[in-house]
Design a protein around this ligand. Structure first.
Ligand code: MTE
Length: 303
């Protein structure tokens, strides 16, 4: 049997190692190292998978974040340039309390939960990531959603000086995504501000990003600066680019292939070159919780 990296560095051992680094740095009075080990804690959640998470190294070195380039290692290489403090999120549209909210207003320390979720990219690879964040529903309740709102629209920061990928017209910037209101209110849907015990690494969408675990990863928009409650289905970046290949719903579905590749199986990141293909599960394995959202819908039409 072959060991994964994640088998070699299981989650608890990783956390103990971080703690050890924190303590020893403090003991040696090395403030720089001690502050880098600044910890973020999320309450464990029954909504987490018990599958072992990928390593921090895997999660932060194999990314899609086209604002920093199209290569999987570009985000780790270039995201350092992004200024994430100060940061605010404009929340507007059909809400009672529109305004500019700080990350700590939306995801206060005492509300943070750990959500260990599978992430399935539309490109047919997957990881398990221990996010830290809050239910998006808690944020929407805070701002007060008006009855006429039916969808939620999200936008990433537009800042080509710090995001070299935005200097080229690969996508129609800024990156945009959307959810139906009931999808946005679902308990599995979170705004994440960290992973493992760290504030969100820049390549993963600092300081705040969406995570919707039953949908292809492109729905989980990074580095959010705007959230709008709207009446009509918003346009999302990948659908806008190629609507025959990427839809609005983007629910993980092994029975509906991408026009250029199968979605029946995926490569497990960290399982080694030959080790890891797995069968893709309907709704990425979250069907028990979310299938009812799509009752009566033809998911081959609404892909
Ligand atoms: N958000 C923005 N703003 N830009 C992007 O290019 N890529 C998406 C999604 N969110 C992307 C984005 C895709 S295709 C995936 S699979 C996930 O982010 C990857 O998240 P990760 O790098 O944290 O694993």
């Amino acid at each position: 049997m072959k060991l994964n990296w994640s088998d070699v560095t299981p989650h608890r051992m990783y956390l103990d190692r971080r703690k050890f680094i924190g303590v020893s740095a403090a003991a040696l009075a090395l403030p720089a190292l001690a502050s880098r080990a600044q910890a973020l804690t999320g309450r464990p959640s029954p909504l987490s998978t018990d599958q072992p998470p990928n390593t921090f190294e895997e999660i932060t070195n194999y990314n899609n974040f086209y604002e920093f380039g199209t290569g999987k290692e570009d985000p780790a290489r270039y995201a350092d340039q992004l200024t994430v403090d100060p940061w605010s999120v404009e929340i507007g549209g059909l809400v009672d309390r529109p305004g500019s909210y700080g990350v700590e207003d939306l995801a206060p320390d005492n509300a943070l939960e750990e959500r260990i979720y599978r992430l399935r990219c539309v490109e047919a690879w997957s990881m398990v990531i221990p996010w830290i964040g809050v239910p998006l529903a808690s944020v929407l309740q805070k701002v007060g959603v008006q009855p006429s709102a039916k969808y939620v629209e999200f936008e990433t920061l537009l800042r080509p000086e710090e995001m070299p990928g935005q200097q080229r017209a690969i996508l129609d910037w800024p990156y945009r995504e959307g959810l139906r209101l009931d999808e946005a209110m679902h308990p599995l849907t979170i705004l994440a501000t960290g992973l493992y015990d760290q504030p969100m690494p820049k390549q993963n969408g600092a300081p705040i990003r969406l995570v919707v675990p039953w949908k292809y990863g492109f729905k989980s928009i990074k580095s959010i600066v705007r959230i709008n409650l709207v009446a009509d289905q918003p346009l999302n970046t990948w659908k806008q680019l190629q609507s025959s290949e990427y839809g609005f719903y983007a629910n993980v579905n092994p029975q509906v292939d991408h026009p250029r590749w199968s979605q029946a199986t995926h490569r497990v990141i960290g399982a080694g070159l030959f080790g890891g293909r797995e069968e893709t599960q309907m709704f990425n394995g979250y069907g028990d919780q979310v299938a009812s959202l799509y009752a009566g819908m033809d998911l081959a039409v609404n892909y």
